[in-house]
Design a protein around this ligand. Structure first.
Ligand code: UT7
Length: 330
């Protein structure tokens, strides 16, 4: 079995910034409520001509550059997204075309905000068995296209962005030490886009009733998240046989600062050891972890040999956690 690790990271966020003040003009909300309940101050919004594969492609090119890898060296491209360019073909195939990575197999995966941890876990299996050498895992999302901009309980929380990881062989003792995945379909209704699939195909009525936009029971998602984040982190640390004191950087899904701070307190991580950027980007779904990781690297907070604890939760409900021993000479 080979050890699999992260060879490169890349991210891309659209230029347009939407602040809490801007939202005050759109719905009955205020900066104080948004900041105190979620920690979010601003988020990015994709340009009208940008689609999810465009964001993904930018992040992918940067990740390949970081890994010093040519597109034709990729064996597999996995895109996690809730907002694919279209129902089919897979957004991963569109990214393949953009990159010219024609040796790769491609598919999309749908584990909502947990998709990058799911993708990392799948990539790790293919690398460990020797089936593939290089897997590109991308989380890319344009949530602004499925946001109900008249619903103040959701429209203040989300943003657009993409993050990519190149996964490949690393030295023994480094790389992904554990991954934990989970889901609970009993909670499938607390966060969803009801229409546009086979249950409720698009019709004038579904459009009028805004059933193509994201609907969320925020407090239920919150309670669920607190529970699964703690459990998944405990399990991932146990499997990796890493005591929590040895975690140099905690990289949680960026949905709400209160969930992040609660988890950090529970594990005894001081905030200097936690990657946080939810104030700048809001919840970019599966893009949050690679973007937060890349920004932590750029701030000089990630070093070879460090233990990183990644954790995510999302619609489904799904969750995932991973312990990674950083192998790059940052
Ligand atoms: O990737 C996974 C995605 N989702 C999440 O992780 C979300 C998890 N949940 C949360 O982050 C929090 O539940 C929220 C931030 C969504 C909401 O915070 P909360 O403390 O759970 O507030 P709440 O939903 O219980 O709402 C409290 C009050 C309500 O008014 P009343 O009924 O108490 O009078 C809401 O109507 O705040 C009101 N409210 C707002 N007020 C101003 C809801 N949204 C807003 C708003 N501005 N944008």
């Amino acid at each position: 079995m080979y050890s699999a690790g992260i060879l490169g990271v890349g991210c891309y966020v659209p230029e347009q910034v939407l602040t809490n003040r801007d939202l005050e003009e759109m719905v009955d909300t205020n900066d104080e409520w948004i900041v105190s309940r979620s920690g979010i101050r601003e988020r990015r919004i994709a340009a009208p001509e940008e689609a999810t594969s465009d964001l993904a492609l930018q992040a992918a090119r940067r990740a390949l550059g970081d890994a010093r890898l040519a597109p034709e060296e990729l064996d597999l491209i996995i895109v996690g997204t809730d907002t694919p360019d279209m129902l089919f073909p897979a957004t991963a195939c569109l990214v393949q075309r953009g990159l010219g990575a024609y040796r790769a197999a491609c598919f999309d995966l749908e584990a909502a905000c947990s998709s990058v941890i799911y993708g990392l876990s799948i990539a790790r299996q293919f690398i460990a068995t020797g089936t593939y050498r290089h897997v590109l895992v991308i989380g890319s999302e344009i949530l602004s296209r499925i946001t109900d901009w008249s619903d103040r309980s959701t429209c203040v929380l989300f943003g657009d962005g993409a993050g990519a990881l190149v996964v490949g062989r690393v030295e023994e003792g480094f790389g992904v030490l554990s991954t934990v995945l989970g889901s609970d379909g009993r909670a499938a209704d607390i966060l969803r886009v009801p229409a546009g699939g086979s249950r409720l195909p698009a019709s004038h009525e579904t459009v009028e009733r805004r059933l193509h936009t994201l609907q969320m029971n925020g407090p239920e998602v919150y309670k669920f998240a607190v529970r699964v984040v703690e459990r998944a982190c405990d399990q991932a640390l146990d499997q990796a046989r890493i005591p929590k004191e040895d975690v140099e950087l905690f990289v949680p899904h960026q949905a709400n600062i209160r969930i992040i701070e609660g988890a950090a307190r529970r594990f005894g991580f001081p905030m200097e050891r936690v990657a946080v950027n939810v104030h700048r980007y809001g919840n970019m779904s599966m893009a949050t972890i690679p973007v937060a990781l890349q920004e932590a690297r750029e701030e000089g907070r990630v070093h070879r040999g460090d233990h990183l604890l990644l954790v995510a939760f999302g619609a489904g409900m799904t969750w995932g956690a991973a312990v990674v021993r950083w192998s790059k000479e940052d």
